[in-house]
Design a binder for this molecule. Structure first.
Ligand code: N01
Length: 523
């Protein structure tokens, strides 16, 4: 197929084209940088007063990245000065701020405006985008192409636990951390044991009087010797002075730290222990982690039995041990594995009748990932909304980027693009941005008013995707996670290796799309 390249100025017609990007996080910044390089005018709409997206909003103690930083950064903007292999929130946020400044993107951002509705205007072949500011004033903007860069994990999931609203003390979600609440000397309940709890729990345990961790299902967490290490002086020197050292490090993290694990996530139909593992590599991982946790728990077999999952490793997102198991051994920490019955004004009551009196409740309960792009009302061709196309929680798109019925709409970190075998979501962002840029360039150069993925191309891709997910660990019986919707379909996570997705998105193929010039019907 004819390859379309993005990294060439598409000519003077680009100046009359207009793109709106929703979200000023890592994905929105990447899109902005490339559009600026292509000479395509754009505006980034951001609901917050500052850039950073998830790295602005998540401020819980211990918040850090758990993907190695030398990979969790743009390929074109390596940071040789990361102080840690897994940097804290503040350092990552600074990296994003620096990107907005260095590439002069900040002046393209409209802060404090939320996109509430966007509708495809067939006659004009433009998106009409309604925004609302903090005062409630509405305005409608118009663009040729709309790019969503809002992430998947930005709407906290608040559990429907009876009585939660009646609790007298503070209750807050990890992504809405209330730093005005003094935790020192308090009895704190933390509900949930995912990636957020893994970081927040060990950070607050030393100061609280008591921490009760409510675990509904255990998660796998692997040993990660570099988690707390600073980047050594030798490494810093090599990164600055040795040609290609940074590229080699990045490649090593890409391959050995992510795609190298991919095979261990796939079901082997002949595997003799299908309940607890999937294949030889997966079983080996189970044994390695179990041995490691046993040591961390100082041989406490009763506790070990509570924290080692009965499903195969990688069934839920693999965590990196942040001294979680050592935290569980602290005298002021208790692990509760029973079912929560209700919350009363000053306690959490369990189904077995036991009562935990607490002063503060922290909800480390994750996000509504499958309700992708909610709450924006996106209305496509023929007045059909994206919620009608996807239902409440069944998003689908071609390559996770574009969906039939929604011309000129492109998603970054859309359906089935989350990474679950390691790897950096920024790598995926770059693949998606490159693909979108090629699509925009094709539109501008060919004079197309609209571009819409063909239904059959979209359907064939999703059919293959569903088939592939069915062979992956996340659909193992009994495994629950935010990767799936209420009907057990994997909606957010990608089954491909990074290398595969890079190949899939490397070239925009015009034949996969229906295109229309102004005033013409799509063909
Ligand atoms: O959320 P989660 P998260 N009663 O959905 C439990 C990224 N991230 O915020 O497993 C009791 O993983 C739920 O229990 P169960 C990363 O991609 C990255 O921790 O459903 N418990 C689970 O234990 C990550 O995967 C970083 O049985 C309830 C927990 O709450 C994603 O964000 C850091 C419950 C939710 O875990 C989400 O992680 C943080 C209920 N009613 C996050 N409802 C880094 O890069 C839910 N739970 C480091």
């Amino acid at each position: 197929p004819r390859a379309v390249r993005w990294h060439r100025d598409p000519g003077p017609a680009a100046g009359a084209f207009r793109v709106l990007i929703v979200g000023a996080g890592l994905a929105g910044l990447c899109m902005g940088i490339r559009l600026r390089q292509m000479g395509i005018p754009f505006t980034i709409l951001e609901k917050n007063a500052a850039v950073g997206g998830t790295w602005l909003e998540n401020r819980y103690p211990g918040c850090a990245v758990d993907t190695p930083n030398h990979f969790f950064s743009y390929s074109f903007e390596p940071n040789n000065r990361w102080t840690r292999h897994f940097s804290g929130r503040a350092e990552i946020h600074r990296y994003i701020e620096d990107g907005f400044d260095k590439y002069d993107i900040r002046r393209h951002v409209r802060f404090g405006v939320e996109v509430t509705r966007t509708a495809w205007d067939e006659a004009r072949a433009r998106w009409q985008v309604t925004i609302r500011d903090g005062e409630g004033a509405e305005e409608t903007l118009s663009c040729n192409a709309l790019v969503t860069a809002v992430g998947q994990l930005n709407r906290p999931a608040i559990p429907a636990i009876p009585g939660l609203d009646d609790f007298r003390g503070p209750v807050f979600h990890t992504a809405r951390w209330d730093s005005s609440v003094e935790l020192k000397g308090k009895r704190v309940a933390m509900i949930g044991t995912g990636a957020s709890a893994m970081q927040a729990g060990p950070s607050i345990a030393p100061e609280v009087a008591k921490l009760i961790v409510f675990q509904r299902t255990p998660h796998w967490a692997m040993h990660n010797p570099n988690y707390h290490k600073e980047v050594s002086a030798g490494n810093l020197w090599c990164l600055e002075h040795v040609p290609y050292f940074g590229k080699w490090l990045r490649f090593q993290l890409f391959w050995a730290g992510s795609d190298g694990f991919h095979a261990s996530l796939q079901k082997d139909p002949d595997w003799p222990h299908p309940g607890i593992s999937l294949n030889e590599a997966n079983h080996k991982m189970r044994e390695l982690i179990t041995d490691y946790v046993r040591k961390e728990l100082e041989g406490d077999e009763a506790l070990l039995a509570k924290v080692i999952p009965d499903y195969p490793p990688y069934g839920k997102r693999m965590l990196r041990d942040n001294h979680w198991y050592r935290m569980l051994k602290r005298p002021n920490v208790e692990l509760e594995t029973g079912a929560i019955e209700r919350v009363t004004p000053d306690a959490i009551t369990m189904r077995d009748g036991s009562v935990h009196p607490v002063d503060v409740i922290i909800l480390a309960t994750g996000f509504q990932a499958s309700r992708m792009l909610a709450p924006v009302d996106i209305v496509g061709r023929g007045g059909r909304s994206i919620r009608q196309a996807w239902g409440e929680d069944d998003p689908r798109a071609y390559l996770g980027i574009t969906a039939p019925g929604f011309p000129n709409l492109f998603m970054i970190y859309g359906p089935n693009t989350n990474l679950a075998h390691g790897g950096s979501i920024i790598f995926h962002h770059e693949c998606q941005v490159r693909y979108i840029c090629q699509a925009l360039r094709e539109m501008i150069e060919q004079g197309y008013a609209s571009l819409e993925v063909r239904q059959e191309v979209h359907d064939a891709y999703n059919h293959l995707l569903d088939e592939t997910c069915a062979r992956m660990v996340w659909t193992h019986p009994g495994v629950t996670s935010w990767y799936k919707n209420a009907r057990n379909r994997v909606t957010v996570t990608s089954p491909w290796r990074l290398l595969d997705y890079w190949k899939l998105t490397r070239h925009f193929v015009p034949e996969d799309f229906r295109a229309a010039r102004p005033g013409q019907a799509p063909a």
